[in-house]
Design a protein around this ligand. Structure first.
Ligand SMILES: O=P(O)(O)OC[C@@H](O)[C@@H](O)c1c[nH]c2ccccc12
Length: 391
């Protein structure tokens, strides 16, 4: 390869995701070469050993898209912050490996961390693209206008409390769920409105409607249809929220509550999104799966409803003992002091399961599979609770 130019100076090298976002290096020599229409470069540099690894260039594409680089930098920053809070889910759309930026040049290392590490990460990366496309069609300003015509918000927490007081059992959030990545198709003859009506008749306090299409075969049309059919139970939009825009979108489709997943969202996002929910009149159900997530969420002011997901969304393992474990000791005390409503989520099939999580301290449960599979989902509720809770 022929060397076109050589120059010296200070560069910013963006190494892989696990290290610092940028490392300043002072290379001793940079060679830029051209082969056909492709530029490549090599850098010889001395890196301060305290600064981190000496990851140095391979080859670059010729055009630097400044916006892409900026986006990547923001994504890097997000991942750094998230990782410092113990979040393993990275935020990066699956558009290829990260672009590394050296001086005015950008290069990509093939196969460098561009494969999702687990199903939750895959869902989140996919959501990134979906949201970007939807947002283009409906920018926030248009959405905000649409909110004027949205159906009024209903009190999600109020409905759970009332059901809990009325029955002495946890208030039920019954889930309208056609499929899941872990269980496949749960119900072939899936009529969301019919299922929702049956749940309401069977004594559900609130409903959860899955809106993710790709992995759960849900949709926002389902949410809208249930809302427009006159079902009175407040509705939780069961979506993978990664951006505030989605909160406005959910509200415009008739949601009364949304799910915020602590395994995906850093503290500041949860805080900011909880505030936006309040502004919109919606409830945020903040979901945790382990002690660290629970402690993070307990430290965020304004959180009133916390769900403990007994299913690990990264591995699909289900263990209802998680609910008990997380509510023992000091954490349970804080919950009672703050009067936070706890929701036991996933893997609940029998009256014994319900009694177990109630004993652990939950005042609400979120149930999908065991009731959606029944030919009459409303009657499935009576089976689940061991009694008719509609009266
Ligand atoms: O079908 P189950 O095991 O009863 O679970 C319902 C609900 O808890 C589960 O669907 C769920 C809880 N948190 C989530 C987050 C994303 C998708 C799905 C979920």
């Amino acid at each position: 390869m022929e060397s076109l130019i050589s120059f010296k100076g200070t560069f910013h090298v963006c190494p892989s995701f696990s290290s610092k976002p940028t490392t300043r290096i002072s290379p001793t020599q940079v060679n830029i070469c051209r082969k056909n229409s492709l530029f490549s470069f090599s850098v010889r540099a001395q890196v301060d050993p305290n600064e981190g690894s000496s990851t140095i260039a391979t080859s670059s594409e010729s055009v630097v898209d400044a916006l892409k680089v900026k986006e990547w930098e923001v994504g890097m920053f997000h991942n750094e912050v998230a990782a410092s809070q113990g979040i393993r889910i990275r935020r990066r759309p699956p558009t290829g490996p990260p672009a590394h930026y050296v001086g005015p040049f950008q290069f990509r290392l093939q196969n460098e961390g561009n494969t999702p590490r687990n199903i939750l990460e895959e869902i989140v990366w996919n959501k990134d693209i979906e949201v970007a496309q939807l947002k283009e069609r409906k920018p926030l300003i248009t959405l905000k206008k649409a909110l004027e015509n949205a159906p009024p918000v209903r009190d999600f927490i109020g409905a759970l409390r009332a059901a809990n007081e009325r029955t002495g059992l946890p208030g039920l959030i019954a889930e309208v769920k056609k499929a899941s990545p872990s269980r496949g198709i749960l119900r072939e003859d899936f009529d969301p409105v019919e299922i929702a009506r049956s749940y309401e008749k069977g004594g559900a306090a609130c409903l959860s409607v899955l809106t993710d299409e790709k992995f759960f075969k849900g949709s926002f049309e389902n949410l809208e249809a249930i809302r427009n059919a006159g079902v009175k139970c407040p509705l939780l939009c069961k979506e993978f929220i990664i951006e505030a825009w989605q909160l406005y979108y959910a509200r415009s489709k008739g949601a009364d509550a949304v799910l915020l997943i602590a395994a995906v969202l850093p503290d500041l996002d949860i805080k900011y999104m909880t505030k936006i929910c309040k502004l919109l009149g919606m409830t945020a159900l903040v979901e945790v799966h382990d002690e660290r997530e629970f402690d993070r969420v307990l430290g965020i002011e304004g959180v009133e409803l916390i769900g403990i997901n007994n299913r690990n969304l990264e591995t699909f393992e289900v263990d209802i003992g998680i609910t008990k474990k997380l509510l023992e000791g000091e954490r349970g005390k804080i919950i009672r002091e703050k009067n936070i409503i706890m929701v036991g989520e996933s893997g609940l099939f029998t009256p014994e399961d319900i009694a177990y999580v109630q004993e652990a301290g939950v005042r609400a449960v979120l149930v999908g599979e065991s009731i959606v599979k029944q030919s009459d989902p409303g009657k499935g509720i009576s089976k689940l609770f061991g009694k008719d809770i509609s009266i």
